[in-house]
Design a protein around this ligand. Structure first.
Ligand code: AOF
Ligand code: ZN
Length: 426
């Protein structure tokens, strides 16, 4: 297995990982995949999965090789995900690899989806190809590259990433009259990039009422990326997409709105031509209100609890959900064991006593998620109720609920500190 991999093999795998980035924000629900063809120590082809429905990385690399006037026969293929054996939007890659006469295939990560799970590598071995599965740093990087794909393949649920910005005095919202921003411009630009890379974005109704957000992705054009696609701890690369591609994929905008309170004149519902809106309501929400939301053009999903909502999103092909607030929503996801990652900006400001205190991950029944600018928008009977209700609320009197990160990285983004913590790895 890994013992066979040389430094040269690792270098080519790292290049394949870098190439895979070319599909970021463009191929979901499919994985990011890159491939490199090497013969006689020379790179004779490179490819990546660039568009959903387009050629897989392996075929793209073979095509690139032939385009250079080279014959891939006898070459080694380095690929970041095991080659597929099924016919989907594309024909099976294992077949193309056999037909091309590839001698050796080095794979950085296995494909946990049911239709894959080792089938492709098995076919290649049977066909006389030497197949090696990497371990170590490149294998880890390849798995981290496709966490949304992997969680979705293994559980049917999207990967959930919480984003949070807070001040040095632990406030997560600014007081009335102040600028609504806590984090700096560079951090906000990064958030737009993350939105564009997510299949869906969610907020709780209190945030929707308080901020009247748009939740669209408005990323700045990026320079082609350089360097490794991952940091020392598998931290998120921030150089983003490889191209300046004008078309930004807009994520599905999701509001967790138990009582169907989203105002019909909210900016979300007034911008449906930019991106669809899905409102998750309880079966106990007033029928007239849900009907009004539907009439306004929103899709309404009736679901009780985090898992039910995530299950439905997963069935729609949503592999990543970006949680943008607020406290109650985050607490409900955390209590349901459905927070996979947190990205927390800490801004070098003190916001003072007029601002809301942080506490989003503390308890499921914590403070109601009411923004300071909500102007007392409470509705009878809902304050403090977590939504969606955690499917397995912690027993009262249960001990601490500490959840330690499996890995974390700390970076500077403009003036802010960014902490990225992973709680699960798929
Ligand atoms: C990709 N790109 O480079 C590789 C994939 O619907 P299809 O035919 O595009 O197949 C998607 C599946 O193929 C995907 O879920 C994964 O299991 C496998 N490999 N997919 O999109 C690639 N190599
Ligand atoms: Zn394939």
């Amino acid at each position: 297995m890994n013992s066979q991999l040389t430094g040269t093999d690792q270098r080519h795998l790292r290049r394949a990982l870098e190439l895979a980035e070319g599909g970021r924000g463009r191929v979901s629900p499919n994985p990011l995949v890159g491939a490199v063809l090497v013969r006689g120590g020379e790179v004779v082809g490179e490819g990546w999965h660039a568009e959903l429905g387009g050629p897989h990385a392996e075929r793209a690399a073979l095509e690139d090789c032939r385009g250079r006037g080279e014959d891939p026969a006898g070459a080694t293929m380095y690929v970041t995900l095991e080659p597929c054996a099924h016919t989907g939007r594309q024909p099976p890659c294992a077949e193309a690899i056999l037909e091309a006469g590839i001698a050796r295939v080095v794979i950085a990560s296995e494909d946990p989806s049911e239709k894959a799970s080792g089938r492709g590598p098995g076919i290649l071995r049977d066909g006389g190809v030497e197949v090696e599965l990497a371990a170590g740093e490149e294998a880890t990087a390849a798995r981290l590259l496709n966490q949304p794909f992997r969680k979705h393949a293994r559980t049917g649920l999207p990967l959930v990433t919480l984003k949070l910005a807070m001040s040095l005095d632990g406030r997560t919202a600014t007081p009335p009259g102040d600028s609504p921003w806590i984090s700096g411009e560079a951090s906000r630009a990064l958030v737009h990039r993350w939105r564009a890379e997510s299949d869906a974005i969610a907020v709780g109704i209190e945030t929707a009422l308080a901020d009247d957000p748009l939740l669209t992705a408005r990323p700045e054009p990026t320079e082609p990326a350089s360097g490794a696609p991952y940091g020392p701890n598998g931290s998120i690369r921030r150089t983003g997409a490889r191209r300046t591609g004008a078309e930004v994929r807009q994520p599905l905008r999701v509001v967790f709105d138990r009582w169907a309170r989203l105002p019909l004149d909210s900016r979300l519902l007034r911008t449906l031509e930019e991106a669809p809106v899905l409102v998750v309501v309880s079966s106990r929400a007033e029928a007239a209100r849900t009907a009004a939301l539907r009439d306004a053009g929103a899709e309404v999903l009736v679901a009780e609890g985090v898992e039910a909502a995530l299950g439905d999103l997963g069935r729609r092909g949503v592999t990543s959900l970006f949680l943008e607030g607020g406290a109650t929503l985050a607490a409900a996801f955390r209590a349901a064991g459905q927070l996979d990652e947190a990205r927390v900006f800490v801004a070098p400001v003190l916001l003072g006593a007029g601002a809301r205190r942080a506490g989003p991950l503390a308890t499921a029944g914590g403070e109601p998620d009411r923004g300071p600018r909500a102007g007392g928008a409470g509705m009878g009977g809902v304050e403090g109720e977590p939504w969606p209700a955690p499917s397995a609320p912690p027993a009262s009197g249960a001990g601490p609920e500490r959840l330690s990160a499996l890995s974390r990285s700390v970076d500077s983004v403009g003036e802010d500190a960014l902490i990225v913590a992973r709680f699960k790895e798929w």
